[in-house]
Write a protein that binds this ligand. Sequence first.
Ligand code: ADP
Ligand code: MG
Ligand code: MG
Length: 896
Amino acid sequence: TKYVYAFTEGDKDMKDLLGGKGANLAEMMKLGIPVPPGFTISTEACQTYLQYGYSPDSLQVEVTTALRQMEMDMGKKLGEAENPLLVSVRSGAKFSMPGMMETVLNIGLNDESIHGLAERSGNPRFAWDSYRRLIQMFGKTVLDIDGDYFSDALDAAKESRGITHDTELDVEALKELVDEFKAIVERETGNPFPQDPREQLDGAVEAVFRSWNTDRALIYRRRERIPHDLGTAVNVQAMVFGNMGDKSGTGVCFTRDPSSGHSGIYGDYLVNAQGEDVVAGIRNTLALEDLEQLDKKSYDELLDTMHTLETHYRDMCDIEFTVEEGKLWLLQTRVGKRTASAAFKIAAQLVEERLITRDEALTRVNGEQLTQLLFPQFDDEADKTVLTKGMAASPGAAVGEIVFSNAQAVERTNAGADVILVRRETNPDDLEGMVVASGILTARGGKTSHAAVVARGMGRCCVVGAEALQVNAAEGTLTVRGSDRVLKAGDVIAIDGTSGEVFLGEVPVVPSPVTIYIEQGLDAGLAAAQDEATKELVTSVHLLLTHADKRARLTVRANADAPEDAARARAFGATGIGLCRTEHMFLGDRRQLIEKVILADSGEEQEEAFDALGPLQRGDFVGIFEAMNGLPTTVRLIDPPLHEFLPDLTELSVKLAVKEAQGEGVTAEEKKLLETVRENHEQNPMLGLRGVRLGLKLRGLFGLQIRAIAEAAADRIEAGGDPKPEIMVPLVGSVRELQIIREDAVEIIAKVEEDRGVKLDIPVGAMIELPRAAITADSLTEEADFFSFGTNDLTQTAWGFSRDDVEATFFNEYFDLGVFGVSPFESIDTRGVGKLVSIGMKNARSVKPEIQCGVCGEHGGDPQSIHFFHSVGLDYVSCSPFRVPVARLEAGRAAV
Ligand code: ADP
Ligand code: MG
Ligand code: MG
């Protein structure tokens, strides 16, 4: 393996091997931009080092060769006494991880070469300043010495001389400081500061390798979903000096404003400084414009270079540069990070400037960024008191009264209040409160906790894991650790689901004009935008989203089971409902009717209960078909296990036992109920009597639903509407299961057609959520008009994970151990579960090439999963109404 690449050998597309920094340094070289020469040690060398704990021999040899070449180019030798070459050793991974890893400057200085540098440069102050920086950086990063020892000594040196800035330290002071720093090294490591330049170089290279695995780097990668096995490249580069005096300096700049996207001159410059001085904020920086006065030649050259880079990368770039005695050097560039709104504006601007095509513009934005633009936001101008900070789990801005329970939540919302549900953590019992609350705040749990997942699904603002909070629901108090403030139910707080902040009291909220645009059209969006910048944002989103719709092959449906949700989904651009769940329709008052069905002794009793449910269920569907007039609505027949509609076994047993003990006597009916509950109790209901199995056991229940769908469709047709229902059978594993239900359906639908004198066209399809269904999809096709992959259950059944049990108990360990980088419930596991989807697709289409196949489940709204679904040829994804715009954008992105 070749481990070392000179800057002249690489280019911008070699990021895997050279890291982003190395690849872009090479690219700038190619463009003829002044870059100090050097070479890059590949990420593969880092991977080997991390695996075995030492660098391969051949790396040592390649470094020698590359270094000698560099020495010849520069006419200097590393650390040589007379005229030393100095180098920087810089980290740089494939994905930028700003400030997460290490860099060491001024390698090659020692007790001899310091004199050479001082003499050659004619600037002893600069030379000694560089030496003390080397010992400081080397001590910290290579030798692992606590950095405070050095910075304390530096502060003491300034204090004893009564000065405030590093630059005011004179040669004598710096010499003393170097001695002190060397003493610190000797004291802390037992060895003197290494004088051998090559030893310094190798030590620094290995320290950069190791910095891949610092805690902060690990945490950063986990958050940004960067794989842990990539490793960093190391760039060894000739030093140029911004700290040579007043004609030198160092700076950073952007080719456009990273927050508005507008072109212009954005950057900072610091005279007589090196490396991180600019961003470290040790002295006040100048605005980049001021460089024009100081050094017009360098300034003009920098502007030209910015233009060259932006034209070449065809995107906003950020840049690090240094001026050494009036000569400009570029030290780094990359496509710059930007805010979500700038991403859309810059992409649209570049299309306008004819620098990129619309297709390319789609690659410059993503669904997550769009999500951020959709939620209401706190007014930036407002005064705020921060109580604490948790994890941003579901974006948005919510203000309301504190409530601690479902009952409080419902009571206060009925009274017209906005509420924030505050819980230590949430569980399925809290759903009622979560539904009515404007926001959800928990003290425990992470981004995949119950609260977070449910809140995201509902598009509800949510902050989780605010660990400083102590929630005492019983006493109705909320306190913040380390403060004696006690909050009670009814006190107003505000939570920011985008930043994780929790504020005390009312904070004004403004709706997002982007949302108004998506829901009501361009004119409404523009009218809602209060300033030019926001108008530009709305126009930019419009440009990109309409282009995405044009390019997308996947269409986007929504998961909705109430007319309001259906209407919202439609306004957001959904082309149908891909999953209308029916179980919620049997809760509340109707639960008793289901209980009756289950308890019925005779067919007659059961029929009675069905008859009572029928009209109610039909009303549900009429509302949804009306909201979705002209668009398909896939109704899933009832899915959950029976026991969910019955009282809890333990609770009921205890209740009756208590009654008996108190001599109250238990009625025959109660005994029978207990008996039935016991019969229906399951050890593992997720794999028990549910879905089509329930439908086959209680044929009348599915029958009732099918009839209600058909009658609702007939009602709508009579009312002049255009209903397009589709009947979906859940948890099918065998073609025979589907066949029986389908035959029932055909019969029922025919009956309704005859009774009502209408023509109904209602396809019947299967939900594919068992591995067996995917593998036998070709035979299922005989009985199915369409398929929809239920990837939530398919993930559970393929992995053998019971979601509610596994996420809380061991997923964190699994992330740490690298079993997966992201939960398979969040982003589809393409190798396993995804493979089942593609097998299912191939099987199905081998028999019926035209059969419509979609995906429902949370993956339908996840960007990475959407790209996968596009690639395996699905027709649509279905996701929660709030995710529809995001999915539209991603479907378009997947197609370009
Ligand atoms: P990061 O990735 O954290 O930005 P860098 O490798 O870019 O770290 O280096 C840290 C600082 O040192 C930057 O300000 C950079 O410009 C400066 N620097 C790096 N190499 C050199 C060099 N050869 N000459 C002068 N300054 C350098
Ligand atoms: Mg940098
Ligand atoms: Mg399911």
